[in-house]
Structures are given as C-alpha cells and as structure tokens.
Ligand binder design. Structure first.
Ligand code: NIG
Ligand code: FE
Length: 416
C-alpha cells in the first residue's frame, strides 16, 4: 500500500546525514522543508521533498492521498521511560501529599512503590495486560509512537517475572515498537529491610538469570537513591546486567546527587534518567560520554520537586531526551504533549529543542534511531500531522490540549 501526504506546510526534522543523537545547539537547528510531500510504502518512508518535485506521472492508481494543507508533519514522539504496567492508581497518596506529606515520607510509611508492589502481586496477568494496553492506546493518541516499559512493582522473583511477561506480550502485540527494562532493584522489599544486600543478591543471582533465560528484557535499571540503592549496590547490579547482555538505563539523581551518574557512565549506560539534582561532577561525567540524559518534567510537576536543569544541560553542549515516567506514584500521565509544554514553560527549551529531545534523542535512548526519530528514507512511517498552524510553538503553547490532527503508525491512520 502506498500513501502520499501532499501540500504539507512544513515537514520537520528531515535528516540529511544520519547522526545518533543531537546535542547542544544542534538541537535547535532541525532541517525542514516547506510545501512538501512525503510518500510511504509498506509502512516505511520511501521519498519526500518539495511539492515542486512531485510529478503526476510518479503516482500510481493505488496510492491513497492525505492532503495536509496548512498542517505540519514531524516524526512520531518516543517515550523512553515508563512504568506502564501497574495494578492501581495511588490517588490516596496524592491526597496525603496535598495535606503536607512528601513523596519520601509516604514511601517511608510503606506507601509508594511498596504499596504498588502489594497490589500488583494480587492482580492477574490478564488484567495487568488489558489495563496497560488501554493506557498505551491512549498514549498513541497524544503522539507516542514507541515506548519503553519497566518492571519494578514485583520486588520478588515471581512477581518481577510476571510483570516482564506482561511487558513481553505487549511488545509482541502493540502497534508500536516496545523496549523492556528489568527494574528488580526499584525498592527494598520489607522482608529485606535489615538485609538490603541480600535483596541485591536476589536480583543478581536469582532474578537476572531467569530474565535473561526467558529473554524478557532489553535493559537493566536500578533506583540509585538515598533510601533505595547505594552507588555500590547500583554498580554491582549494572555490572551483572552488562555481563548478562542488558545495557543499563538508570533512575538516578532524583532527590540527591550521590555519585550515581559517574557509575552509570562507567558501566556504559545508554541513558541516565531523572537528574532533578545535579552537581558539577555529574556534568563532567556526562561530557565525553555517549550516555543520554533523560528529563522527566511531568514527575517534577506532579511531585513539586525541582525540574532537571535541562537548559544548562543543552547549553553545556550535551544532548537531552524527554520522557513521561508514566507511573501511579510520581507521574500519573502518559501524555508526551504535556511533557513538551512543560519542557518549554518550565525548562525554557525552545519548541524545536523539545521536539529533538522527544524524537531523535529519545529514539537513541531506546536504540531505535535506525528506525525512528527523524524524517529519513527507510525509516518507519510513525508520523504526526498537526492541525493547521503557523509555528511549531502552537503545539506546546496549547498546554493540556491535543493539537495533533492525526497520528500515523506504519503509515496508517491510527484509530482506536
Ligand atoms: O521514576 N523514582 C522511582 N520510580 C518511579 C516512581 C515509582 C512510584 O512511585 O511508584 C519514578 O518516579
Ligand atoms: Fe521512573
């Protein structure tokens, strides 16, 4: 099947020379084509250019047209950090926070991740799958065209494997690319409170071999944070993961800078995520590395914690990706369009920089950059068509509103 998008007002982020990711000033310097066409065949981009290059004779009778007069077309967004599979929302804790408790205080009382783990243990796989798929379909409508999904609400071998099997089923059946991250080390379960290293041993010696044997994950993650996992424990888990073929992708520097970023970089992490609190050593560690910093501004918005210093990251000539962190505790939202707005409003990124962070760089954070992240021949036609607009800023400016008129997945109009 062929599809032809015509009269596109602006075709954004045309990649002339493939680069794995964009950093510093290059993030604000995306190439675009005015008054463009784009042709799709068998779900892939096969040709694009100015309308003046399109000749009647090129077009066969079986081509389906999509007239995009006044509309912008851009690469689909990529969500490189989510906890999509969970049993229940945590609205009670939301109210506790309104009454003054902090996220960390709620966790210390047995709420938080432990609360979600208790609920998940009871929920059947089928229900977890159905709920997560419903969330995924909702996310596609706000532009998400590839996603990462973590485990981490299991905290026992059995429950972690259950979560990862659900994730694998989603990966097989979802209409968009899915990558899976093993996050056995998300919190210390109550039975290991006095023996946290014992839990680290369980993650390394019992969970990890099973995860690898059943090929349930692409990456390994740890919540490296005071009260969760130390830098030394993180280092052990990442080394074991790497040795087993899982590249690190790590929760770090959410509340405290404890030296975790350096460890992640040493262990060849593909990304370090959160980074709300960063010191100079962290910036140094990231310079001269290929590790992608990932900011999660919806988490800062929801918890009222500092925003990742994204402006400083880009101005330091580093790359940056943006993701949702969709989860029931710190970010009950999978809306990347809202992330785009927060990036501009709260982090002072330009709409163009934020788009680069949500597409090209986010695809790098999932090692999907051969397939997605820019407009290039041979890439998958997961594309966004805006409503008619005069500037890219129109989309993040209208915060909380969906300014897309269409999402194309493998070249097909997405409907659900
Ligand atoms: O990325 N920080 C650690 N993990 C999640 C929150 C998990 C939860 O509260 O359920 C996050 O914010
Ligand atoms: Fe997270």
């Amino acid at each position: 099947m062929k599809r032809l998008l015509t009269n596109i007002k602006k075709l954004v982020h045309v990649e002339n020379q493939p680069v794995p990711y964009l950093k510093g000033k290059a993030m604000n310097d995306l190439t675009s084509i005015d008054d463009a066409f784009l042709e799709i065949e068998d779900g892939k981009i096969v040709r694009f250019g100015p309308m003046t290059d399109l000749h009647g004779s090129d077009i066969s009778g079986t081509t389906e047209y999509l007239d995009c007069t006044g509309q912008w077309v851009m690469p689909g967004l990529v969500d490189s950090h989510t906890h999509l599979i969970f049993a229940e929302p945590r609205a009670r804790e939301f109210e506790d926070r309104i009454h003054g408790l902090t996220y960390e205080e709620i966790a210390a009382r047995g709420g938080g991740i432990l609360n979600s783990a208790a609920k998940l243990a009871e929920m059947p796989e089928e229900q977890l799958y159905d709920d997560a798929m419903a969330r995924l379909h909702e996310m596609i409508q706000t532009g998400t065209t590839a996603i990462e999904i973590k485990s981490g609400y299991g905290l026992s071998t059995e429950a972690e494997l259950k979560m990862l099997r659900v994730a694998k089923r989603i990966k097989r059946r979802a209409p968009i690319p899915v990558k899976i991250t093993f996050l056995g080390a998300h919190a210390i379960p109550p039975e290991y409170k006095e023996n946290p290293d014992g839990y680290v041993d369980l993650v390394i010696d019992e969970m990890l071999p099973k995860v690898v044997e059943e090929r349930l994950a692409d990456y390994i993650d740890v919540f490296c944070e005071k009260g969760y996992f130390t830098v030394e424990q993180t280092d052990r888990i990442l080394k074991a993961g790497m040795a087993a073929g899982l590249r690190p992708k790590v929760h770090v520097n959410q509340f405290n800078a404890i030296g975790g970023i350096q460890t992640c970089v040493e262990n060849k992490a593909i990304s370090v995520d959160h980074l709300e609190v960063m010191d100079e050593g962290d910036f140094k560690a990231l310079a001269n590395s290929d590790c992608m910093p990932v900011a999660l501004p919806s988490c800062s918005f929801f918890l009222g914690i500092p925003y990742t210093p994204a402006r400083k990251i880009i101005d330091s000539n580093l790359p940056l990706a943006l993701a949702t962190d969709y989860n029931p505790g710190s970010t009950p939202s999978g809306n990347l369009l809202f992330v785009w707005s927060l990036a501009c409003i709260q982090m002072k990124l330009t709409p163009t920089e934020a788009l680069a962070a949500l597409t090209h760089n986010a695809a790098y954070a999932l090692e999907l950059n051969d397939e997605l992240g820019s407009i290039a021949v041979g890439k998958t036609a997961n594309l966004l068509v805006s409503e008619p607009m005069d500037s890219l800023g129109h989309i993040p400016y209208h915060f909380g509103r969906n300014s897309l008129s269409r999402v194309l997945i493998n070249g097909n109009k997405y409907t659900h």
